[in-house]
Design a protein around this ligand. Structure first.
Ligand SMILES: NC(=O)c1ccc[n+]([C@@H]2O[C@H](COP(=O)([O-])OP(=O)(O)OC[C@H]3O[C@@H](n4cnc5c(N)ncnc54)[C@H](OP(=O)(O)O)[C@@H]3O)[C@@H](O)[C@H]2O)c1
Length: 418
């Protein structure tokens, strides 16, 4: 049966009852490639909730870089792990806002009709790490809607009850649908991994991107001084609006980017530009950064290690430009610098960060709210780096304002990009 995407906001069932099928954007292994082709709309059976699971009606679904990777099947195909072998499809989407529709056995904190935001970490209750170390350390740990199917690019999604957070009443469905993954990741990186303090200096790569817009706001909220790196003046203006001391246009330092395989002479030239960049950072912040916020990877990592202050921290959660990193390690050991890996966040961190959203101290930054049929195009725009802040797609919601119940500042809309 053909799926009518224009009808996704209409349901003929009440909370507590699931329809038999739903519309979903699906990636299948045989069509991995450009996002615009990899995602196709399909009619899929609605799953039942298992023990401690909840089915949420998706009102809006945020777009993240992880499903650009999923579309391409790179660096690894998602189909080899998680619950993908069981179902054979990938319904992506690791961010969303929605309404609890049906709860599974054992769920007591949530009821049909509750309005929620979903965080994307899953782990088994049976893993001991969940009960004393950190769910991010559990062998079963997975990112929902990337390493698992049943993500948010569908009318309904299946989640663990512990993934649910109350939707801030001052935010609409759209406002609250797209901050979770990047904001909670940035929160753990800065607050818990680096213990950012008032007066710290921070260098943020990609400061107008999904992670960067929240890292910049968190620094401002914590009383730290941030300088953001961006690739245009428009993005620079956004970053200053979010509270950065200033920005640097990386095009002015294009020669510092590590490509890999450079000759010793080329490497010498590259290093000269890194040195000039570090000088510029220092002149803006008054000192070298205590923290460098990294997710670009290969191209920027040698500059990050060089630029960070002695005893400073480079915290990294991604590698958009390549994951094989090399750098001159003398700058690390001689100056006793630290490199910290970080990955998403635990439920307690998500809850604390979500509270700051409810209080209006941190605001969502959105670039576009597209209709549900925009899911493939949204990922294509991300792949081509034509966006700023976040893109979201409306599923049950019919307007960007719907779902807001209290006065509050709402999202900042970025006027940047394609
Ligand atoms: N481990 C985790 O939990 C986790 C969580 C979230 C994201 N990530 C990863 O982190 C990365 C960034 O995610 P995001 O949501 O922030 O993506 P995003 O919205 O695309 O933002 C990334 C920014 O990085 C900058 N950038 C891209 N390529 C660059 C290059 N070659 N050199 C310098 N800057 C470059 C771009 O800014 P300018 O062009 O303005 O400089 C871009 O806006 C992705 O690889 C993602 O998969 C990991």
């Amino acid at each position: 049966m053909a799926v009518d995407v224009s009808e996704v906001s209409n349901l003929d069932v009440e909370p507590g009852t699931l329809p038999e099928t739903m519309a979903a954007w699906v990636i299948r292994q045989e069509r991995e490639g450009e996002p615009k082709d990899a995602f196709q709309i399909e009619e899929i059976e609605v799953p039942e909730p298992g023990a401690f699971e909840v089915i949420v009606r998706v009102m809006a679904a945020g777009v993240n870089f992880n499903n650009v990777w999923a579309a391409f099947g790179k660096p690894v195909s998602v189909f080899g792990y998680g619950d993908h072998p069981e179902y054979g499809h990938h319904i992506g989407g690791s961010d969303g806002s929605g309404v609890v529709w049906k709860v599974g056995p054992g769920v007591t904190n949530w009821q049909p009709g509750d309005e929620v935001v979903i965080h994307c970490n899953q782990a088994s209750y049976e893993d001991v790490e969940v009960h004393g170390l950190d769910p991010m350390a559990a062998p079963s740990q997975k990112i929902w809607g990337y390493e698992t199917t049943w993500g948010s690019f569908a009318q309904f999604t299946k989640v663990q009850a512990q993934q649910l957070l109350p939707k801030p009443k001052n935010l609409s469905w759209v406002d609250s649908s797209a901050y979770g993954l990047t904001y909670f990741t940035a929160y753990r990186m800065l607050m818990d991994r680096c213990k950012v303090q008032a007066g710290h200096n921070v260098l943020i790569w990609g400061a107008a991107g999904g992670l960067g817009v929240f890292a910049t706001q968190l620094c401002k909220a914590a009383g730290a001084n941030a300088v953001g790196v961006v690739s245009s003046e428009e993005k620079g203006k956004l970053v200053k609006q979010l509270g950065a001391v200033d920005y640097i246009d990386r095009n002015e330092f294009a020669g510092m980017m590590r490509k890999g395989g450079e000759s010793p002479d080329e490497e010498k030239e590259r290093f000269k530009v890194s040195r000039a960049f570090a000088k510029q950072v220092k002149s803006i912040l008054g000192d070298a950064p205590d923290i460098v916020f990294e997710h670009v990877g290969q191209a920027t990592f040698p500059t990050s290690v060089f630029t960070v202050k002695p005893f400073g921290k480079v915290v990294i959660c991604g590698a958009t430009s390549g994951y094989t990193l090399d750098f001159d390690v003398r700058y690390l050991w001689m100056k006793q610098k630290e490199i910290l890996g970080s990955h998403f966040a635990n439920a307690y961190e998500c809850m604390r960060a979500n509270q700051l959203m409810a209080e209006g101290k941190i605001r969502p930054v959105l670039w576009k709210a597209m209709d549900f049929d925009g899911v493939p195009a949204a990922h294509q725009l991300m792949h081509e780096n034509k966006h700023a802040g976040k893109i979201t797609t409306m599923v049950g919601a019919t307007s960007p304002e719907e779902g807001k119940h209290e006065e509050g500042p709402g999202a900042i809309w970025a006027e940047v990009g394609a």
